[in-house]
Write a protein that binds this ligand. Structure first.
Ligand code: 5GP
Length: 133
């Protein structure tokens, strides 16, 4: 059975798309730590990121790098932080989080919620920057 993230990448479940290519897809986390919190996933289903082949994980990281560059332009921040947890959804994903301080990376923080228009505008801003890279 397909994972929820596969359904998102296939467009069967809606998401706020931030970037994509043939192999990878990026979208806003539905329960963000901060505005612009983005998830990158491989279209190929794999649960544990460190089970990915060397070539695939390298391409995945290069994709995440481009998404991070787009996020940093769209959401000026000190740095974009990267985290991998994967304890909730069994489909490898990289969290990219625009940080003003290390506190923005605390997954124990309460999750934020933004109106749909703000989520759409955030995703559109990231996607517009991604397309320039
Ligand atoms: P993790 O597996 O890394 O511990 O957490 C999974 C992350 O995916 C969480 O931050 C959660 O908010 C996000 N998430 C879970 N389900 C969905 C979903 O259906 N749509 C989106 N956009 N994000 C989700």
């Amino acid at each position: 059975m397909a994972t929820i993230f596969t359904k998102i990448a296939n467009g069967e479940i809606p998401s706020y798309k931030c970037a994509e290519n043939d192999e990878f897809y990026a979208f806003l986390d539905i329960n963000p730590l901060v505005k612009g919190h983005t998830l990158c996933i491989p279209r190929r289903e794999v649960d544990y990121i460190f089970d990915m082949e060397d070539d695939e994980i390298a391409r995945f990281q290069v994709f995440a790098k481009k998404v991070a560059q787009a996020i940093k332009t769209a959401f000026p921040c000190v740095k974009v932080g990267e985290a991998v947890l994967g304890l909730e959804v069994p489909h490898a994903h990289i969290h990219l989080i625009p940080m003003q301080s290390e506190k923005d990376m605390l997954f124990s923080n309460p999750k934020k919620s933004f109106p749909a228009e703000e989520m759409q505008a955030a995703a559109d801003a990231i996607y517009a920057e991604f397309k320039k890279l």
